[in-house]
Design a protein around this ligand. Sequence first.
Ligand code: PEP
Ligand code: MN
Length: 340
Amino acid sequence: MVVVMKGNAAPGDVDTIVSVVTGVGGAAFVSRGTTRTIVGLVGDVALFQTLNLGALPGVLDVIRISQPFKLVSRESHPVPSTVYVGGVPIGPDTATLIAGPCAVETPEQTLAAAWMAKRAGASLLRGGAYKPRTSPYAFQGLGEAGLKILAEVRDEVGLPVVTEVVEASDVDLVASYADMLQIGTRNMQNFSLLQAAGSCGRPVLLKRGLQATVEEWLMAAEYIAQRGNLSIVLCERGIRTFETATRNTLDVSAVPVVHALSHLPVIVDPSHAGGRRDLVVPLARAALAAGADGVIVDVHPHPETALCDGPQALMDDDLALLAEAMATIPPLLGRKPATP
Ligand code: PEP
Ligand code: MN
């Protein structure tokens, strides 16, 4: 069951809900979105129904949610949410381009990639300082030195930064540099990491686990929301199937499926889905046509020497095609480019 607060509810109104619910032995989790606060109730629903919570000050609605995910469900919040990252919107009215290197390697490489991203119309910069690699022998990322490079490049180029965090103990450090924290496919069910991200005060980009169902993905998002953070963007990045012709299989249907089930924005990563440069723009077009709220792509000034995922990194010609897709497809669906 969730209690949806009015837009103008006072903090004291939320406190009252929490104390009434905990007073009868229930638990209440407060989640703050950009426009609305939702209180998730756990415990005896029949008992909660006798409390007449709907009559308390500041309460807009009390809803019994049939889905297993409550705070992120469309039932609890029928209007699609917009998440703001350093002032840049990701939501139903816009199509947001996020671009940058797979991994931060050097200041020069990151700066060059950021300018390529900006020229292509990106409004957010991606780049990994902590890289969760399948092989322990592969480049693991620069760590905090990489975060510093990202922060410097943000200041120079003016693009807010999205970067991955792989361990709960690093969340505060990464949040002190980044505008948005990414949780990667391999960590989608790292529950302590999800909970730490829920308390970090930054928006979170949650990638779909490579073998996760949509319901498991939304339950992972619920872990973040339950810790108070509703600024979550979901990212479809391809799932593992029997097909070996592509790195992963992009599940385009996940975009409208998730939009029907959840109020959270959904973006698509065609780079990690296809794993090949020549597939990125076609998959991005498909994602935008399916109603994705944005696209996140790898770019690199010299993909042949990239320390991570060079074969899928876009260069200037492909970026021009991507920019054209971003400029032409979203307006057909009533969306405009995302600017701060
Ligand atoms: C990434 O975006 O750099 C990344 C590692 O992606 P994923 O978690 O989707 O593999
Ligand atoms: Mn990568």
